[in-house]
Design a protein. Structure first.
Length: 384
């Protein structure tokens, strides 16, 4: 039997066809991948971990955008009406009826209650306007009809005639942690446009004494949130929000150093709002009726006087005036407690109620006097 041998040319031809087929498939696959990358359907070749980091950043940005969309309809621009501005040469510009933005607030009840800073609405002779802008760009303007100021904190509750508003979700500032993400929203630079800055809680329990140019008084504020989220002029009174969209602070002051801002804790505002509603729509705070300067221990020793509060002014008709306190007196004891750098007069009065009787020790002309005083009610503002 003869052996059958296939021609070599036929075998080579089959091998060549197989090779060409493999090459064609490879070229097709490479072409598909290249087109997909060009159209953005597939991620490019990255270093290990870079793709995961990109996904994380996009997720964080998405969270912030969601929070801003949730909170913005509740943020209020506060403006002064009928205030004409002057240019460099002292000439009036703009309409005499033009609003001038000065601060921010946020809605705390559907029927028109708004929380803001006291220094934003500190003038009784001004006409204040609240401007609420929705996410679709539409806005409504309301006259502020009532202002209630807290004598103890840089807080105020104002009222507008409106219904169906969207109040913010107020969180718990008692659980804040240094390093957690925060978002500041407000009417920066008075442009009636909500601006957004982000940062972290960089400190807790801070104390500052911001100067209010409208009153000429430097008010001491304690137990503040410190943040590196930029708080610009016009942000005062606006919400400081956590990553869940809950308000945890009220932006109130900026330090002279860069990237340092301060906010009042929302729990303080929540307590104020609760007291306001339970008292029939007013802020009721005990009132002594003096302006004073604290005399620190080293200054007292140097001048041979007791440590305490040096009375600079007595409000006519106030509890202090009725009790016989005079300018130049030094109040060294209040309700049986020594007044020190840590145990201040303000902190003790905050623990009292309107109508409480307290005894105080006063140093006057090298003599110590014992006085009894009945605390009055602090003026907090009124209708506009």
């Amino acid at each position: 039997m003869k052996n059958i041998n296939f021609p070599k040319t036929q075998v080579n031809l089959k091998a060549t066809k197989a090779t060409l087929l493999v090459l064609a498939v490879a070229v097709w696959i490479i072409s598909v991948i290249a087109v997909a990358r060009y159209l953005g359907k597939l991620p490019g070749v990255t270093e290990q971990g870079q793709e995961k980091q990109t996904t994380k950043i996009v997720s964080e940005e998405s969270d912030i955008i969601s929070v801003v969309k949730k909170v913005s309809p509740s943020v209020v621009s506060i403006a002064v009406g009928n205030q004409q501005t002057l240019n460099f040469f002292g000439m009036p510009v703009g309409s005499p009826n033009q609003e001038s933005g000065i601060g921010t607030g946020f809605v705390v009840s559907a029927d028109g209650l708004i929380m803001t800073n006291k220094h934003v609405v500190s003038q009784d002779n001004q006409k204040y306007i609240a401007i609420i802008k929705n996410n679709d760009g539409t806005e409504k303007k309301y006259d502020i009809t009532q202002i209630n100021r807290d004598p103890f904190n840089d807080l105020a509750i104002v009222k507008i005639d409106a219904t169906g508003l969207t109040p913010v979700d107020m969180g718990d500032s008692g659980n804040l942690q240094v390093g957690q993400t925060v978002i500041a929203i407000g009417n920066a630079l008075g442009q009636f446009e909500n601006t957004v800055t982000t940062g972290v809680v960089s400190g807790l329990g801070r104390g500052v004494s911001p100067f209010d140019p409208s009153t000429g008084i430097s008010e001491k504020l304690d137990d503040l949130i410190q943040t590196d989220a930029a708080i610009n002029p016009g942000n005062s009174g606006g919400p400081l929000v956590n990553s869940s969209g809950q308000v945890i602070g009220i932006n109130t002051a900026v330090a002279s150093a860069q990237n340092i801002g301060f906010a009042l804790k929302i729990n303080t505002a929540k307590q104020l709002l609760s007291d306001f509603k339970s008292s029939g729509g007013k802020i009721s705070r005990p009132f002594l009726g003096i302006q004073y300067t604290h005399i620190q221990k080293d200054v007292a020793l140097l001048n041979g006087v007791p440590q305490g509060e040096l009375v600079r002014q007595v409000v006519p008709g106030s509890a202090a005036d009725k009790a016989g306190i005079e300018v130049g007196d030094i109040i060294s004891d209040f309700d049986g407690q020594k007044l020190t750098d840590e145990n201040t007069l303000t902190n003790i009065i905050r623990s009292k109620k309107v109508g409480d009787q307290v005894r105080l020790k006063v140093y006057r002309e090298n003599k110590s006097l014992d006085l009894t005083i009945t605390l009055g009610e602090a003026p907090t503002g009124g209708s506009q």
